[in-house]
Design a protein around this ligand. Structure first.
Ligand code: 6R9
Length: 656
């Protein structure tokens, strides 16, 4: 492959002050986030066909076939066209599912932050890269490509000064904010991996992830602001790092004006980054070097740190962002996910920035200050593509149409859905009310493991039919297969239901589980040899359209968040084992809320209490047990679960 010229590092002339980052700015920039200067790396389909060398192919379905049948030619051409390489790759793909070996674009060197920033700064420095939609409506902050590059470089230099080296992993525990995004890009610039932990996770969950990633550096904020409430994020980090011996420093950005206790380990982020140079030499990374870890729930054991690498991931997010949403130069892309999830990584940060887009970073909730928030924001920011979760759509639907109709949504062109199946009612409402019946709704199926969207209604054709509630078609290069869950055979005919698998590699897929390659192969490649198993079930209709049914394994999807039953059980079992701790806590609660003398002498933990079928606790039975009069329990015919009494008796014997 031929290399693109390495863009020289752009010199940033003016310094950016802290004010620019933290205080709402109403400055209008020449491009104002709209097309004025051209960044085009987004050719139309005809141009695309020519570029990938798909001779004799004239339509979208032909292009799809080419992409799966000649995947080396397809991905090789797309990679040369869309990414800026420092040195060209020599091999498009080198994959073997039986060993869980996935390698793309070997030999190639590039820097992800240069692809997302520098090359756009060269052509269009004043274009808005991101709009930080802060919690309070109307206080948004716009950051241009030039400014985002500057923030990234300063942070990159600061991380280096703090001893972060190529190959290290930095944990980021921050709400959606420009400095979080710049932190991710700064890691990419200096060759460190990032590990973003959703800022809603508890200190234990955070500590688990810091330890597993072996991070020496954590980046956080003093406090978060969400739905009008202040959240003490730094305090959570303080608790977490107590149990993380690897952590040497915590960089603390100031999201609010409130001071928080700082220790020797803590570094005031803005203050220190302002001392740094605005130029930071990007490191030439190999295509298969780690870009980030992202933890997600599995069906067994601890959350897994899925590993994504540089070139393939970036290419895949950029291509899907362009074609699934029909994103064009100058559009404002509004993905309302949190950066702590894969959706935020791929469609707030990497996909849109690689495409030189304007991306929205949403800090608030769908109902703050009222259920009109999304649509008021759409009007104010002129959002063209809106990408959200069915759980939020279902919630807003209940508040009625007025909250939507109060605002002008004429800027909207495409509506996206992700995270869980979207039921027909929610789909119809999204389409009819939010999109006024004129915007296609794209229900996008994918996972942390797939890196980017794999099945979506019109990846290959802006005019294609869309059936409500169906994810429809595979994206370029994705070859889905349904397998019989009993016998493991491929179901080749339409109108069938089975385990959703993917039968050949694509550039965006995860490469391994951090430090657990065996678990990676066992989870994804052993259940159906020769295939990548997604964990989901799906139906392929008579017409050949895909509909996702949901998880087949022990993962529960709660409002689009993955929860492993094993993780929950771990916590509960832990509580059971610590029965005396629990008893002690209960005693303290009673003495605190009533009085010391009211404290029970004995506390016995049981699976359930003896209750009547109407739910009343049979206290007389309990009294007899305590008095050791178990021969005189009386009438037990109304008891719901007879075993519950035996259990209480057995436990009580052990206790005395
Ligand atoms: C992107 C993301 C992945 C799991 C996935 C599936 C469910 C995601 C869906 C969907 C039906 C869709 N899922 N998108 N189910 N229709 N459009 O959500 O990643 O957090 O890893 O969750 O979410 O069950 O396996 P992740």
């Amino acid at each position: 492959g031929a290399a693109h010229n390495w863009p020289s590092v752009v010199q940033v002339k003016e310094g950016l002050t802290r004010r620019d980052v933290l205080v709402p700015s109403r400055t209008s920039y020449p491009c104002g986030g709209r097309a004025q200067c051209t960044l085009t790396r987004s050719p139309g389909v005809q141009c695309f066909l020519r570029h990938v060398g798909a001779t004799g192919v004239s339509d979208h379905s032909g292009l799809y076939k080419f992409s799966v049948n000649e995947s080396d030619r397809f991905w090789g051409a797309v990679a040369r066209q869309r990414l800026s390489w420092i040195s060209p790759f020599h091999t498009v793909q080198n994959c073997d599912f039986s060993q869980g070996k996935i390698k793309w674009f070997e030999g190639g060197k590039l820097n992800v932050s240069v692809n997302c920033l520098d090359r756009h700064v060269q052509t269009c420095p004043e274009r808005v890269a991101l709009i930080w939609e802060r919690d309070e409506p109307g206080t948004e902050v716009k950051i241009t490509y030039r400014q985002l590059l500057e923030l990234t470089c300063r942070l990159g230099n600061l991380l280096k000064r703090q001893g972060v080296r190529r190959g290290d992993c930095v944990t980021i525990y921050m709400p959606p904010c420009p400095l979080a995004m710049a932190s991710m890009l700064a890691c990419a610039r200096i060759g460190a991996a990032h590990n973003v932990v959703f800022a809603g996770f508890s200190s234990e969950a955070l500590a688990d992830r810091i330890r597993d990633a072996q991070s020496s550096t954590v980046i956080t904020v003093n406090q978060g602001v969400r739905g009008g409430k202040v959240v003490d994020l730094k305090r959570t980090v303080d608790q977490a790092v107590q149990n993380c011996p690897t952590v040497q420093q915590v960089l603390v950005a100031m999201r609010t004006e409130n001071t928080v206790p700082m220790t020797d380990r803590d570094v005031p982020l803005e203050e220190e980054m302002m001392k740094e140079d605005v130029v930071c030499e990007p490191v030439a990374m190999d295509s298969e070097d780690v870009l980030f870890l992202l933890y997600t729930s599995g069906s067994t054991g601890k959350p897994k740190g899925l590993v994504h690498t540089q070139a393939g991931y970036l290419l895949y997010t950029s291509l899907t962002h362009r074609y699934v949403f029909n994103y064009h130069d100058g559009d404002v892309f509004g993905c309302v996910a949190d950066i702590g999830w894969i959706t935020g990584h791929s469609y707030i940060v990497y996909g849109p920035l690689c495409n030189g887009g304007t991306t929205v970073l949403f800090e608030s909730t769908p109902v703050y200050p009222n259920p009109g928030r999304y649509w008021e924001m759409v009007e104010r920011l002129g959002i063209n593509q809106f990408y959200g979760a069915p759980t939020a759509i279902r919630l807003l639907l209940k508040y009625g149409d007025e909250w939507v109709q109060n605002y002008n949504r004429s800027s909207l062109k495409t509506l996206g859905s992700v995270g869980e199946p979207i039921n027909t009612e929610a789909w119809e409402w999204y389409h009819r009310v939010v999109g006024d019946g004129r915007c296609p709704v794209v229900d996008t199926w994918w996972q942390t493991e797939t890196g980017g969207i794999c099945i979506a209604p019109r990846p290959a054709d802006p005019e294609a039919e869309i059936v409500p509630g169906m994810a429809m078609h595979p994206f370029y290069g994705i070859k889905p297969a349904l397998l019989d869950t009993e016998v493991g055979e491929v179901l080749s005919s339409n109108d069938s239901t089975g385990a959703l698998c993917i039968s050949q590699a694509w550039p965006g897929m995860a490469r391994t589980i951090h430090n657990h390659h065996q678990r990676f192969t066992e989870t994804y490649f052993h259940p159906y040899p020769g295939f990548f198993f997604t964990g989901d079930g799906a139906h392929r209709s008579k017409e050949g359209y895909y509909q996702i049914i949901g998880r087949l394994d022990d993962v529960i999807n709660v409002s689009g968040h993955r929860l492993g039953t094993a993780e929950l059980e771990d916590v509960v079992i832990y509580l059971m084992v610590e029965e005396d701790v629990l008893a002690q806590q209960l005693r303290e609660m009673v003495s605190r809320s009533i009085a010391k003398y009211a404290c029970p002498d004995f506390i016995q933990v049981v699976r359930c209490l003896p209750k009547t079928r109407s739910g009343k606790i049979m206290r007389r039975v309990l009294r007899k047990v305590v008095e050791r009069n178990t021969d005189e329990l009386g009438d037990l015919s109304t008891l719901d679960d007879p075993d519950s009494v035996h259990e209480v008796i057995r436990g009580h014997r052990r206790l005395r």
